[in-house]
Design a protein around this ligand. Structure first.
Ligand SMILES: [Zn+2]
Length: 512
């Protein structure tokens, strides 16, 4: 049975009980990438949030149809391709491949459907035809415009007032400053398709109305995307779909906050061809990361230095609706937090013993009692957080608290021999965290290998060099040359490489 949850709805500006159109099923449409360049850490916030949201809903027995589109023809793609002297559709194709590579590397599942504009042209034209027929759109000089004053509810989602909108693009034959293009008349050098209004290509907003309609129907349960898309993109989608079908377009609007950079510079909205008049810049968009601003950090570059789970934790450790500041400390901090979780699990796995858990906890004392209490309460605490407007930061807070309690317990001498039964529910808790948030999915060994592969080069060492030094140290110890042995250990410690002496020899790890 699908379990109930609550969600903040941008349209009503309140947290609401989620009621699906079809019991047990969620139809989710998320605006995807405009593929003119590589995916940066700002873009992938939405990708990780909605991937995790879908993962969680499925864990809670919802059946989900998750649709995320590609904008593969657009002003920006055409512009960039012209600069590079290449075919715009070939450029889009290349960046779609790069995007898939990055998302796989990030550990994301593919959406159920990934429609593309260039493969949705008949549906887009059908929708435009319907809008003209119903008196909500008009053709002029080979373009088709949406007639904004024909839809009195325009502005309800974003709170914009039509009469205050300024026009960015006068547009040939456009009747009202707020009207926006559904179909753009062909210009030389641009990809174009035949249409009843002459050759041309779709405007940006109509594509999502058409793709949502063709994949999920006239009304969808949840429409997602970045908060920067509320106006004009989502506002326009609402008008297009509701005027064409006479039905509510999206029952819930779920928007993630922007990733912000410390410069505090104001940057534009989604870089795309946009003929829609601008409104006021929402406060949530101040300092947003953007390709065109030269402050973008690409995902593939970050993944060379950090495990994918460190990025995932970085995104999920802040509520999805809040702005997410990104600076030089952000990923090191997330990696440190991730390492604490893995360390706690490793410590718990090392504990043995077979007595009844409550008896052991009582005899080990307050720290053991705390672990038992937190671990047993963990599933309901995690579900309560995630069911309340998908509060991943709250859920992670419970995991960090449990990890700290385990680390405290592991300092007790007897915990290693007898603590096993006390930490058993904690191990189950970590496994629940893996299933729901996609964190701690690796074994300790896999995690350590990834850390060594990605962090060691930054410390100026190779694994071979570290192993070589440890062999020299083992030799020095065999020769009882303690000062040389200590000197090597200190040299490694200075470079954040920890040496642990075990029964069978020395091990080493990168300190995080
Ligand atoms: Zn869209």
């Amino acid at each position: 049975m699908a379990t109930p949850f609550r969600l903040y709805n941008t349209r009503t500006r309140t947290v609401e009980d989620f009621e699906p159109l079809v019991p047990g099923h969620v139809g989710l449409y998320v605006c995807g990438m405009t593929v003119y360049d590589d995916c940066h850490i700002g873009h992938s916030r939405a990708m990780v949030i909605f991937d995790t949201f879908v993962r969680y809903l499925r864990h809670r027995s919802w059946s989900v149809t998750f649709v995320r589109n590609f904008t593969d023809v657009d002003d920006k793609i055409i512009e960039r391709a012209a600069e590079a002297g290449e075919d715009p559709l070939a450029r889009a194709e290349r960046y779609i491949a790069n995007f898939h590579r990055d998302m796989r590397e990030l550990g994301l599942d593919d959406p159920d459907l990934e429609p593309r504009v260039t493969a949705t042209i008949p549906e887009i034209q059908a929708l435009i035809g319907k809008l003209i027929e119903r008196g909500h759109a008009y053709a002029a000089e080979g373009s088709v415009w949406f007639d904004v004053p024909s839809h009195p509810e325009y502005g309800a989602l974003s709170g914009q007032q039509v009469d205050k909108l300024r026009s960015k693009d006068p547009g040939v034959g456009k009747r009202h400053a707020a009207d926006f293009a559904l179909w753009k008349a062909h210009k030389p050098g641009e990809p174009s398709w035949e249409s009843p209004w002459g050759p041309g290509r779709p405007g940006w907003h109509i594509e999502c109305s058409a793709m949502a309609w063709s994949t999920l129907g006239e009304t969808i349960d949840i429409h997602g995307g970045g908060i920067d898309l509320v106006f004009p993109h989502h506002e326009n989608e609402v008008s297009q779909s509701e005027c064409a079908h006479g039905q509510t377009y999206a029952r819930y609007w779920m928007h993630n906050g922007m990733l912000t950079v410390p410069t505090g510079r104001k940057v534009g909205g989604r870089a795309t061809g946009d003929d829609t008049p601008g409104g006021d810049e929402p406060a949530a968009m101040k300092g947003k990361m953007g390709k065109s601003k030269g402050n973008a950090v690409n995902i593939d570059v970050l993944l060379r230095e950090y495990p994918a789970e460190a990025l995932r934790l970085f995104y999920l450790d802040t509520h999805y609706r809040s702005p997410l500041p990104f600076d030089a400390d952000a990923l090191p901090t997330s990696l440190g937090k991730l390492a604490r979780l893995y360390e706690a699990r490793e410590a718990a796995e090392a504990m043995g013993g077979e007595e009844p858990p409550d008896d052991v906890a009582r005899s080990l004392g307050a720290d053991a009692m705390r672990v038992l209490e937190l671990a047993r309460a963990f599933p309901s605490a995690l579900y309560a957080s995630l069911d309340d407007d998908f509060n991943t930061a709250g859920a992670l807070g419970h995991a960090f608290e449990l990890a700290r309690a385990i680390n405290r317990l592991s300092n007790h001498k007897k915990a290693n021999q007898r603590g096993g039964p006390v930490v058993a529910p904690a191990l189950a808790a970590f496994s629940l965290l893996s299933k729901t948030l996609g964190l701690m999915t690796l074994s300790t060994e896999e995690f350590q290998l990834e850390i060594k592969a990605k962090r060691l080069p930054r410390l100026g060492f190779t694994s071979e060099e570290v192993e070589g030094l440890l062999q020299q140290r083992a030799q020095a110890r065999a020769n009882k040359d303690w000062s040389r042995a200590d000197q090597i250990r200190d040299q490694l410690e200075e470079h954040s490489i920890a040496v642990m002496d075990r029964e069978h020899g020395s091990e080493w790890r990168v300190r995080l």
